[in-house]
Design a protein around this ligand. Structure first.
Ligand code: ADP
Length: 448
């Protein structure tokens, strides 16, 4: 096992990784920006190194600073968490060159899956169904786009090959809008992701977002840990997730899960990862992308499977075999996660500031992953996610009841949070019935 691990991240995920390392008996090194010197991940790591000013590109995205911190503290491995450098093939390569283990898949796999067009092609090769789509569209072949679009049919969605986090997508409903939408999408993609390459995909109407958690090791083993239903989204970003999905039955889970695990063995995937699908109104699943990192929503899977995903990810990075075989995995009970953001619950504007009172919920079946505390300053420099509230129950009804009572006693004062919005969604009759898809929040008027 590693003698020391550096955590190249901040916030709740940095703390989550430190917890996993503590349980594995691995000393940790936190890195932090000047704005984060009072953060809990700094306090709870064994060592901490300041890597630069508040701005992310000068600190958490600053590869030379992070590598220097790793070398000074003599770590054997770096865990990137999610966001920041987690899906940077370049960073993974730099780590490798410096003789430091990157806790994640090989750089070639990150590179492959980070390009949505190549990922689609590879997914199709290993037998996963993909959404009907076009070839790559770049500056040179833009005049071919109308022909591609006719083949796919409208409505369609333009996607940036390098897109992510719900950005770089544009829906086109009719042929007359294609040219302008394409020009805007390409220029936006170029400025946001440094590449103007896009492709067209059939736009599925009111789909469900359903994703499978996978784990692989370097000994040729790969398993799936069931699915997560992530259809409660605002602007293509997840707000609430649950597992199992209210609309996936055991037979479908086993069939698709086994297919996904086989695909991971074929690709040679050696870490934790997520395969995302859209499920259309006809009950067909289509691969949309793979995330080659630990996801924000991983705790709900941990609750129903009992598998500590972060610990497994560290163990397999150290060359050990997966601690579980597929037959060891059973989904027991139900788990739901609400992402608590520091934002205005009505207009969704970020709400940075000092937390003046903080009382997280507890009791049976409740888990809070957070670095928040009273007097903590929520910085405007970073993501607005301040806590992940997870409720577990023996069934969906119990998990929901626990979530409702936990949201009721979750006190965060001094800033606005999304707690009131979560209360509204969780108690909505259609959510209670499990009858919702990705257009749910628009349909109930929560987002315009
Ligand atoms: P990102 O990498 O930015 O998260 P994804 O490809 O994972 O983008 O898609 C995010 C969300 O966008 C999906 O969960 C879904 O709600 C919507 N979406 C993506 N592709 C399609 C599509 N072809 N049809 C309908 N909705 C889509």
């Amino acid at each position: 096992m590693f003698k020391k691990v550096l955590v190249a991240n901040r916030g709740e995920i940095a703390l989550r990784i430190i917890c996993a390392c503590k349980e594995l008996g691995i000393p940790t090194v936190a890195v932090y920006s000047e704005a984060d010197s009072h953060s809990l991940h700094v306090r709870f790591a064994d060592e901490a190194v300041c890597i630069g000013p508040a701005k992310s590109y000068e600190s958490y995205l600053n590869i030379p600073s992070i590598i220097s911190a790793a070398e000074i503290t003599n770590v054997e491995a770096i865990h990137p968490g999610y966001g920041y450098l987690a899906e940077s093939a370049y960073f993974a390569e730099v780590c490798e060159t410096c003789g430091i283990k990157f806790i994640g898949p090989a750089p070639e796999i990150i590179d492959l899956m980070g390009d949505k067009a190549r990922a689609r092609a590879r997914a199709a090769e290993v037998g996963l169904p993909i959404v009907p789509g076009s070839e790559l569209i770049e500056e040179e072949n833009r005049d071919e786009a109308p022909r591609f679009a006719e083949q796919i049919g409208y409505p369609l969605i333009i996607k940036a090959v390098a897109g992510g986090g719900g950005r770089g997508m544009r829906i086109v409903r009719k042929a007359a809008d294609l040219e302008e939408a394409l020009a805007t999408a390409q220029s936006e993609s170029h400025s946001a992701f440094g590449s103007a390459a896009v492709y067209l995909e059939k736009y599925l109407v009111n789909p469900h977002h359903i994703e499978f958690q996978v784990l692989g090791d370097e000994h040729g083993n790969a398993i799936h840990l069931g699915e997560r239903e992530c259809s409660v989204q605002r602007r293509h970003q997840k707000l609430i997730e649950e597992t199992p999905s209210p609309i996936v039955d055991d037979e479908t889970r086993a069939r698709l899960g086994n297919k996904v695990a086989q695909a991971m063995r074929d690709i040679g995937y050696q870490s934790a990862g997520t395969i995302e699908f859209l499920l259309d109104e006809d009950g067909e699943f289509y691969f949309i992308e793979m995330n080659t990192r630990v996801q924000v929503e991983h705790p709900i899977t941990e609750m129903v499977t009992g598998v500590d995903i972060v610990k497994e990810q560290i163990r397999v990075a150290a060359g050990l075999e997966l601690g579980y075989r597929q037959e060891d995995i059973a989904l027991t009970g139900h788990a739901i996660e609400c992402r608590i953001n520091a934002e205005n619950p009505e207009n969704f504007r970020p709400s940075p500031g000092t937390i003046t009172a903080y009382n997280p919920p507890g009791g049976p079946g409740i888990r809070v992953d957070s670095t928040a505390y009273q007097d903590w300053l929520v910085s405007s420099h970073y993501d607005s996610l301040i806590a992940k509230l997870v409720a577990y129950g023996r069934d969906r009804e119990e998990a929901l009841a626990r979530m409702v009572r936990a949201l009721d006693v979750f006190i965060i004062e001094g800033i606005d949070t999304s707690i009131p919005l979560h209360k509204k969604i969780i108690t909505h009759p259609e959510f209670i019935k499990g009858d919702y898809n990705t257009s749910f929040l628009e349909r109930i008027g929560v987002v315009k």
